[in-house]
Design a protein around this ligand. Sequence first.
Ligand code: C2O
Ligand code: CU
Ligand code: CU
Length: 535
Amino acid sequence: MATRRQFLLSLASAGSGALLPGCLRGQSDDATPNALAGVRLEPFVDPLFLTPVLRPTSEISGSEHYRITLSEFQQKLHRDLPPAVVWGFEGITPGPVIAAQRGRAVTIDWLNRLPARHRLTIDHSLDGAGKDLPEVRTTIHLHGGHVSASNDGYPEDWITPGKQQRTVYPNRQPGATLWYHDHAMGITRLNAMMGLAGVYLIRDPAEERLGLPAGRFDIPLVLQDRILDARGQLVYPVSDSIDAPSVAEFFGTNILVNGRVSPYLDVEPRLYRFRLLNAANSRMFQLSLVPGQRFIQIGSDGGLLPEPVIRSEIFIAPAERLEVILDFRGREGRRMMLVNNAPTPYPSGGGPVPGLVMQFRVGRPLSADIDTGRIPDTLRAVPRLQETAAVKTRSLKLVEIMAMKGQPHRVLLDGRRFMDPVTEDPLNGSVEIWEFVNTTLDAHPIHLHAVHFQLLDRRPFDVRRLERTSEVVLTGKVLQPAPEERGWKDTILCPPGQVTRIITPFAGEPGRFVWHCHMLEHEDNEMMRPFLLRA
Ligand code: C2O
Ligand code: CU
Ligand code: CU
């Protein structure tokens, strides 16, 4: 990593040292004596916020229409803190759930009513975030959506406060948990930190027939991490360089679920479906239940898995979605915690690892409707794509360039920057294999817009040899995808020292999209490239 030295600025004023009485206590971070590592907060005192499903503003000829306002407001993130200044949709962050029906188009007008000044420090040395540009810019992208290029929220297609962006989503793809978030060039990490993200579901009759837990027993859980100061305000660090204030990664000291710090949820002794979304800027989560209980994983990015997978631990990288069933039957009166233990940066860093995600309290008697839902043995056919179907294989290196001689730290895809000419140009209707050769020390979640793909395998390679000769020489044995990675994916974890190979059918409307690392600090720092879907 580049410089890990960070100075922290709070929203309200720099380095507020004042601490509130009661359970709030400043943590001291020994590596950075003047840093504010956030307040320590009592966990499990706020009920989980059940994010409402938004009603369409109108329905025109079988298509649903929404008007969604982006604005700044205050939201209480924890019982013992004053409300934080945040950005969100329709007055909440994460934004309301949008529930689309498969086969039914959705049109959304995103109204930018944000202030003209950004709340967080912009790094004008980053491409697309120059001093000549308006500070506050937004472009909303539907992550995982199979949409046309003009509706995809291209990073440079931003609008400014007072303007609106219209997007049309055809929803012709299978049922899945997607999400919407800002994608503005050079400031995505800051807009996301302020709160511009929300869940978008595609409901699918094929899925509803399975009888999985539904209605109020089907709950999205949006995971984020934040640093909060004693006044309850968001803190986002800056580097020690005035000219290049962006940091290599962001790791918060508190975990938020649906916009509240470590909440609790009262559950009935029955089956629940939880749709987890990692909406953190950089943090990966490795989750387990204490006391021990299994997760039954049923879905990933692109919808249901072929069959349920029983797991004692689940892993979710930024932007990934993971659907699980938790079985609380026979657990009346128990409490269990969802805990995290993923190192940051992953897999070998020494950053802060807040452990307590949320708590489940199994208490209430069964409600009137006693159908607790089922877990079928098979969920959905996901035929494996054959390598022979691919017309092209691209080898793409993930590269980190350390800061030196006045050159800032950068993370690049295949050594190129965003503004360099397009090199990835798959033909519409074709299948390609992309091999991500991770030469860095960290794992990166790589995301492609407009498509879903399958993981072929991961292969360890000789990193030193590559540095000397730029040859990729494989070592060790091929790692086959685990059962939970055999569904459709749009974001794939690429561990260091491995070649992660995916196979993608490129089918849609031709146009220009992007692919990038979904650690937002990397994405803003050049780890994003255009790709052209050729006609
Ligand atoms: Cu979650 Cu380029 O997107
Ligand atoms: Cu996306
Ligand atoms: Cu990355």
